[in-house]
Design a protein around this ligand. Structure first.
Ligand SMILES: [Zn+2]
Length: 482
């Protein structure tokens, strides 16, 4: 931790750029967006395509010249690639599911959606795109995120194609996997409104929560965060790969210390791109590139976002985890169950079931704990057991409402169902048991006449422990004791 950096005095200024993969098929074809580690089905060798138009930026021109000498080798997978990733077929219409998710995120970030927009080609000359460009489309702008330290504006939100994955590079030969190429990415760029590392972290966490409330990919490599920062109105430095939230503050603080040291000794900060390292330090990668070179994607028409489409999306906007937590709290569910529901992604299922049977904690126990216990008991994989149970939960709750079974029967009933016995069959036997119990309770009362209801209750509960619940036995006793 840094001792005493005064960020206000340092005129600390920072903005974030976040790239997140969406959990859908690819952006301009129907290929699956899944990464592969097995052997490719095909290997394709290419030299760089000639870049259309004139290369205005010096750095791109230089990079282009050096790329011309290189050979690119692409690993192609039949299930994950088609002619589009090879740039041998024009792109299909933009993936509507990906567009919908990107619009959800834009709305959650309070952005203004752009109703008509042109899909663009961004020149890429490192071979990570077989076409020599990356398709990108600006879909929203002028949003805002609230932090405890003030508002942070969102400048732009773009939907774009992820690049191919670089596997290796040596002596003019670069190997890429094509599995990742074309996976939809949302790019969120904030304004340089961030005034301290803590505020940067809060902003990143808040945007992260919004992303995860929508259908995005999870895990390492699915989110990439860059932090732009400067002090004392010096040149801006871009830090790449700042996604480990545990290192987030340390990386920024270390980088500011580096820039401050330069500045204190009268040296200017160079405008450059640096890489965040696991040590919390950063290393130089390259000078800051010029502005992206873009030109229109001539194979696709204008992207129009209709008012109807947008209204539909607004109606079913996902809720944030903190909001869902608040709602679940109100149902009377205990904290442990709320946490489990969120972690196991079962909030929707819970809500549906809680409409049918009015005991939230029991429902949570049934869908969160019983499957695990039963799977362990009978030695069937959890997913199999859950698949079977998903079909019967509603019927079980209905049976509970109709008093065909009691809550204490449910685990046993589910165990039988998981072993292949139908719900109807299990309820029949449970019912017989239940009728037997009623008969036995009548006998018990007959054998010991004159006791109070509470005394009978004690007797019944100790005799039929686990077979009948308190509410039901009380009802039976009341029927026969005046
Ligand atoms: Zn494809």
């Amino acid at each position: 931790m840094s001792e005493s950096l005064d960020y206000e005095k340092l005129k600390f200024k920072s903005g974030l750029e976040i790239h997140q993969q969406l959990d859908t098929k690819k952006l301009f074809c129907k290929c699956l967006g899944i990464l592969r580690n097995d052997e490719p089905d095909l290997i394709i060798k290419r030299k760089l395509h000639a870049v259309a138009g004139e290369s205005g930026e010096v750095d791109i021109a230089a990079q282009y010249q050096s790329s011309l000498k290189k050979e690119f080798i692409y690993q192609f997978y039949k299930n994950n690639n088609c002619l589009i990733e090879l740039d041998e077929e024009p792109p299909h219409e933009i993936n509507q599911e990906a567009l919908k998710i990107a619009l959800q995120i834009s709305l959650l970030l309070n952005c203004r959606i752009i109703p008509i927009t042109q899909i663009m080609r961004k020149t890429v000359v490192d071979g990570s795109n077989t076409s020599g460009f990356q398709r990108t489309v600006l879909i929203a702008r002028d949003g805002v995120v609230e932090t405890s330290l003030g508002k942070i504006r969102i400048d732009t939100i773009c939907l774009e194609e992820d690049s191919a994955r670089k596997i290796s590079e040596d002596s003019g030969k670069i190997i890429y996997k094509l599995d990742r190429l074309g996976i939809p990415l949302i790019e969120i760029a904030t304004a340089p409104d961030i005034k301290s590392p803590e505020q940067a972290k809060e902003t990143a966490l808040h945007i992260g929560e919004i992303l995860r409330s929508c259908k995005v990919k999870r895990g390492i490599g699915t989110i990439r965060q860059d932090v732009n920062l400067s002090i004392r109105n010096e040149n801006r430095v871009e830090l790449k790969g700042v996604q480990d939230m545990k290192l987030f503050l340390k990386i920024i603080e270390n980088e500011i210390m580096r820039q401050k040291k330069l500045s204190d000794s009268g040296k200017p900060t160079k405008a450059e791109v640096r890489n965040a390292l696991p040590s919390g330090l950063t290393e130089f990668i390259r000078p800051m590139p010029g502005a992206d070179r873009m030109y229109p994607e001539t194979d696709l028409g204008l992207l129009k976002i209709s008012r109807n489409f947008l209204n539909e999306i607004k109606k079913e906007l996902p809720k944030l985890k903190s909001e869902i937590e608040g709602e679940l709290n109100k149902t009377g569910l205990n904290q442990e169950m709320i946490k489990l529901l969120l972690n196991q992604n079962k909030v929707e299922e819970f809500k549906i079931l809680a409409e049918i049977y009015k005991n939230p904690n029991f429902i949570a126990k049934m869908i969160l704990l019983f499957p695990k216990e039963i799977s362990a008991k009978i030695g069937k994989p959890l997913e199999k057991v859950e698949e079977i149970f998903d079909d019967v939960y509603i019927d079980i709750l209905k049976a509970l409402n109709e008093k065909k079974i009691t809550e204490s029967d449910v685990k046993e009933t589910l165990t039988k169902i998981s072993q292949g016995i139908s719900l109807k069959e299990t309820i029949k036997t449970e019912k017989i048991n239940f009728e037997n119990i009623e008969e036995k309770i009548i006998n018990l009362i007959k054998n010991k006449p004159g006791l109070s209801i509470n005394a009978y209750m004690g007797l019944v509960m100790s005799e039929f422990k686990g077979k009948i619940d308190g509410k039901n036995s009380m009802e039976i006793i009341k029927k026969f004791v005046k």
